[in-house]
Design a protein around this ligand. Structure first.
Ligand code: OFO
Length: 176
């Protein structure tokens, strides 16, 4: 049985994942408007993933006897100064999610709620992968600076990553 404190903390995490999904959606739209179609596809897929993260938590809360709450989501930023600024914000956002997941894991461990700790382990691994992925992209962006042909190539790479993720999920594998 879920404690009230953990239930409330998990519902906070539901809201955080919903905010992340909305934020990726806004970033995808900005990229599309700037002509970076591959990056937009990649960010649309990220937005879908965050919604999946939210739903996974949502269903878990109800499954273990809590009450999942559909969150209010504040409008995210919709305009950005540069391509790189978007990815800096993404990394910062993901680092905040990682910190929140770690706090949740600490609470579950303190309460000896092994079921919830086991459930959260998936998020711990997911965050490690996401942070590594965005660090790699940012390192490439540091190398190319504002060079247009470099950004063109990154946009093409991200289109490829979005297509590979879509193909994997259509085969029934998780694309996260
Ligand atoms: Fe990458 O944020 Fe969800 O967990």
């Amino acid at each position: 049985m879920l404690s009230k404190e953990l239930e409330s903390a998990l519902n906070d995490q539901v809201a955080m994942e919903a905010r992340a999904s909305a934020s990726y959606l806004a970033m995808a739209s900005w990229m599309e408007g700037e002509g970076f179609d591959g990056t937009a596809q990649f960010l649309y897929a990220q937005s879908d993933e965050e919604r999946m993260h939210m739903l996974k938590l949502f269903h878990y809360i109800n499954e273990v006897g809590g009450f999942a709450l559909s969150p209010a989501v504040l409008a995210p930023s919709t305009t950005f100064n540069s391509y790189k600024e978007v990815f800096d914000k993404i990394l910062n956002q993901e680092q905040q999610v990682t910190a929140a997941i770690n706090r949740l894991m600490d609470l579950a461990t303190k309460e000896a709620d092994h079921t919830t700790a086991n459930f959260l382990q998936w998020y711990v691994s997911e965050q490690r992968e996401e942070e590594a992925q965005f660090n790699t992209i940012i390192n490439k962006l540091k190398i190319i600076g504002n060079d247009g042909s470099g950004l063109y190539l990154i946009d093409r790479d991200l289109a490829g990553m979005a297509a590979a993720a879509a193909k994997a999920s259509s085969k029934g594998f998780s694309a996260e």
